[in-house]
Design a protein around this ligand. Structure first.
Ligand code: B12
Ligand code: SF4
Length: 597
């Protein structure tokens, strides 16, 4: 999108402080920024910072004579036209601030490339997000790459911006930005703070008008690959039901009713019930047709009423951190709260409410080998009633305990932060070479999304009364993104865009006469592949809708949980960890029974 198309929020006054909020993307394997015409999921980090900046503007934090102009640019769906932005800053005497928002480790190199151009022109720049916060929380204050900010004069912000952003804005307006704002030891309460919000023109850049909010932050568990607990803490902090109602009503006024609630684990949000109750009220008594996607853990079904209330609140899709089916791997990652013996009960409980399940599955835990991964995927396909699986490579993300351990031991870590996107290999594995690990990651997608299993997934969906259109849309995206676009489905969008100016510095700039024809050819090739998949699904859909017995379909995965599962299911018998888990469970049951006898 060019600058003239950008919707700019203005709070008018005689002098304007310009705020440009940029959520950087990262470079793909071809060296070009990953950018789409439209994306699937909005950036909640941008919505959160926009909400806070617009609150600062309304409160006139720079005094009554200074207004605000706020731009929001999500690079995954918007081209950052740096020359045009620089011209506008120049016309305003560089009175303003560029905020690089929600910058993850894989986005850090791109963020620095953007920052460099603004800093060369003397525009104040501040960077925030998980890379800076995670590194300052777990490393020595310089690693990894933080000195690049200091060298360029980019201010770093670690921690959360609620009640703090105005300090940065005032410093920028007075031309005295500090090198570092570190609030890591002082996480704010978020109840009553400005809520995440984006005006509709920005939301329209995502397909299906989806907005987002984080209802809470923090998770009580201690998974060693997790960055969240070291950045947002382990204590549950949450927005109140009033906050949530406020943001739902504001969005309703602009015709937006679909949300991704980005809490990593909404089931552990201490106020989940009050929030669900309010959403239920808004849906059932005030006619707001809410549709939600949430993220939960594998024990959420044990919380009384959680799944039932999720359904009534409008949840249509749930993302579950399944991570692995081998208890040895889960124990190695300190994810002992994941009990494989509960997986089927939990998945069937969501299915009973006709809610689609998407599970994250990590490849590269210590006990994994290419063969064990193939075996585990076959077990999942046959025995777990899950709809969509997303595979990730186990990655020591900066900010996690795993990363800290390797970094302290000076162990193997990929030197290019751009690779930390959980689809690349960033460290070594004791049982697989880097190539074997990468190969099995790619093979995993084709094993799960094989033509026969896609058919089975739709059959199961039809038998369980799942929304078939929605299921088929998800399966189309998840089965094609890796082979067609070579990016992870969570980074997917419609129509991959490219511009010669967006190639990573240091890589050769392609001649326009070669660049544009090859871009056109590549696009046609990809859409031909996509069309084939769409036709395949149309045939599956037609077949299943015409089948009078579709509702009666049954297989092992859909079979209700039984006492015999621990002797009949491969899930519970094929690994030593699973057998031990079962024998431990039986021992506990025996002892509990004896104690009550
Ligand atoms: C929702 C989500 C997504 C969504 C949307 C992205 C988004 N940022 O909204 C989607 C599905 C697209 C996504 C994708 C990916 N994600 Co993600 N995602 C999340 C998640 C669960 C929540 C984000 C959120 O809403 N946070 C709440 C906001 C308010 O917090 P925040 O962004 O940190 O912002 C606060 C502060 O950092 C600070 N701040 C931030 N920016 C700025 C800027 C300025 C100027 C200032 C002053 C302050 C400031 O103030 C903000 C308000 O308090 C986080 C985990 C988490 N709990 O944050 C992972 C997380 C950010 N994702 C992560 C990863 C790795 C990815 C992917 C690469 C991998 C993948 N395939 O999933 C892709 C990348 C694609 C992309 N383009 O983003 C990692 C990043 C770790 C790291 N060290 O890099 C995280 C931390 C999860 C994890 N596994 O550890 N993600
Ligand atoms: S359950 Fe999720 S958010 Fe909580 S510690 Fe584990 S990975 Fe992190």
């Amino acid at each position: 999108m060019l600058l003239q198309d950008i919707h700019i929020t203005k709070v008018r006054s005689s002098r304007q402080f310009q705020v440009v909020l940029i959520k950087p993307s990262h470079y793909g394997d071809d060296g070009y920024v990953i950018r789409w015409w439209r994306t699937m999921i909005p950036s909640n980090s941008l919505a959160a910072i926009y909400g806070i900046v617009s609150d600062c503007a309304e409160r006139q934090v720079l005094g009554p004579d200074i207004g605000f102009e706020i731009d929001v640019l999500d690079e995954t769906n918007t081209r950052i036209d740096i020359p045009a932005l620089l011209e506008r800053f120049e016309r305003n005497g560089n009175f303003g601030l560029v905020g690089l928002v929600g910058v993850q480790s894989n986005q850090y190199p791109r963020a620095l490339d953007i920052a460099r151009r603004f800093r060369e022109a003397g525009v104040p720049v501040v960077i925030g997000g998980f890379h800076v916060s995670g590194c300052l929380s777990m490393l020595d204050g310089q690693a990894i790459g933080l000195d690049a900010c200091r060298d360029m004069g980019v201010a770093m912000f670690a921690g959360e911006a609620e009640n703090r952003l105005e300090i940065v804005i005032r410093d920028a307006a007075e031309g005295r930005l500090k090198p570092l704002y570190n609030f890591m030891n002082d996480l704010p309460g978020i109840e009553g703070t400005p809520v995440p919000y984006l005006p509709r023109p920005y939301v329209e850049r995502t397909i299906g008008l989806n907005s987002s909010f984080d209802a809470g932050r923090g998770c009580p568990y201690q998974c060693s690959f997790c960055t969240i607990i070291n950045v947002q803490g382990r204590k549950s902090r949450f927005r109140s039901a009033d906050d949530v109602e406020n943001l739902v009503r504001r969005n309703w006024q602009q015709g937006i009713t679909k949300y991704f609630i980005t809490d990593d684990n909404f089931a552990r949000n201490r106020d989940w019930e009050a929030i669900f109750d309010r959403l239920i009220d808004l849906r059932e008594n005030h006619g707001i047709p809410l549709r939600l996607m949430i993220q939960v853990d594998t024990l959420c079904h044990k919380i009384p009423n959680f799944i039932e209330k999720a359904k009534r609140a409008g949840v249509t899709r749930v993302f579950i951190g399944l991570e692995n089916i081998n208890p040895d791997n889960l124990a190695a990652a300190k994810k002992r709260q994941n009990k494989i013996t509960e997986y089927r009960t939990m998945l069937l409980a969501w299915r009973a409410q006709h809610i689609l399940t998407l599970a994250g599955y990590i490849l590269g835990f210590p006990a994994d080998t290419p063969d064990s991964i193939r075996r585990d995927i076959a077990i999942i396909k046959n025995e777990l009633p899950v709809d969509v699986i997303e595979f990730f490579c186990l990655t020591p993300l900066p900010g996690s305990e795993d990363h800290q351990i390797i970094w302290k031991a000076k162990g193997p870590l990929h030197p290019d932060l751009n690779a930390y996107d959980v689809s690349h290999i960033c460290t070594t594995h004791s049982k697989m070479s880097e190539q074997q690990w990468l190969d099995i990651y790619h093979e995993a997608w084709s094993l799960y999304y094989s033509p026969d299993h896609l058919m089975t997934l739709v059959r199961r969906g039809a038998a369980s009364g799942l929304p078939l259109g929605s299921l088929i849309r998800l399966l189309t995206i998840f089965s094609t993104t890796i082979p067609v676009e070579k990016v992870h489905p969570l980074e997917f969008g419609i129509f991959r865009m490219r511009h010669p100016s967006e190639r990573r510095p240091g890589l050769k700039r392609e001649n326009a006469l070669i660049f544009w024809p090859s871009f056109a050819f590549e696009t046609l090739r990809k859409y031909a592949m996509l069309a084939r998949t769409v036709v395949r699904f149309a045939i599956i859909w037609a077949k299943i809708s015409r089948d009078p017995n579709a509702k009666a379909y049954m297989d092992q995965a859909l079979t209700p949980v039984s006492d015999q599962d621990d002797v009949t299911l491969d899930l519970l018998t094929k690994t030593t960890g699973a057998r031990e888990a079962i024998s431990h469970q039986k021992k506990v049951a025996r002892l509990t029974h004896a104690a009550h006898a």
